[in-house]
Each structure stands twice: as C-alpha cells, then as structure tokens.
Design a protein around this ligand. Structure first.
Ligand code: FES
Length: 141
C-alpha cells in the first residue's frame, strides 16, 4: 500500500527527476518522514541514483529521515539570534528535551531573537523559561 502511494506521488509528477523536491515533500507529508525504503522507491521511479537522492535529502534541513517523536522544535543558531542568547537557549533545549530539538540557521525572525519554531508556530524572544512554558502549553500538560 505504502509503495503504491509513493509510486502514485511520483506518477503525479510524470516521474520527472526535476520534480524530486516536490515529490520528497509530498512523500514526507504522507508518511511523516522519508524512510530508506521510500528513497529507494523514489529513486527507482525517477530513474535516478540513490546517491543523487541522498544528496538532496541531506542538503535540505526540512527533510526528516526518522519519524519525529512528538513535536519538532527548531532553535535558531544563526548570528543574530546567537548574539541575544540563542546559544544558551539551544544548549538548554538540548540538555532538557534532547530528542526533537533541531538546529536551524535563521528562521527569518532575526529582529526578535532568539527565535524558535515549535511545530508550525514561530516564536521570538524565547528564553529557557519561556520555552518550558510554550512546550507545556503544546503538550497540554
Ligand atoms: S538569525 Fe535567528 S531568526 Fe534569523
């Protein structure tokens, strides 16, 4: 069933290698992440090498290779956020929440750093204390 869905997605783009990024997004949206098997199936459908597809997947930060455990949290580690406490926040988040914390380099919210993306929601001026509050609200506890 899963393979059929992947082939359908590839087919909807006429199995065009030029549409690889769109296909990867669609497959990730459907299954939540890009498994090794899914990448093999896409490579075969588009008649491209596995090395090519791995190169694209590892280049873009948005592609997930594993199922996400709970909410995806991205902490900005770029310069503007770093200058206002982003590094401390990133270390705090990694120490406290470990899995599910991802580094990102600029969320386009530089004037309101440190910036954090929790799921699809962007937050500015996030302190460790505020991060705890936001994550508690998200988890509903
Ligand atoms: S540097 Fe952090 S949002 Fe741009």
């Amino acid at each position: 069933m899963r393979k059929i869905n992947i082939l359908k997605i590839c087919n909807s783009y006429n199995n065009q290698p030029d549409a690889l990024i769109e296909i990867l997004h669609d497959v990730q949206n459907e299954f939540g992440y890009l498994s090794k098997d899914a990448l093999v199936e896409i490579a075969e459908a588009l008649n491209i090498s596995r090395a090519d597809i791995h190169g694209v997947v590892s280049f873009y930060d948005d592609f997930r290779r594993e199922p996400s455990q709970g909410i995806c949290i991205k902490v900005c580690r770029a310069e503007a956020c770093q200058a206002v406490g982003g590094e401390d926040l990133a270390h705090y988040a990694q120490d406290k929440y470990d899995a599910g914390i991802h580094d990102v380099y600029c969320l386009g919210n530089c004037a309101l750093g440190p910036a954090v993306l929790i799921g699809d929601n962007l937050y500015g001026r996030v302190t460790p204390e505020r991060l705890d509050v936001l994550l508690k609200q998200k988890s509903g506890s």
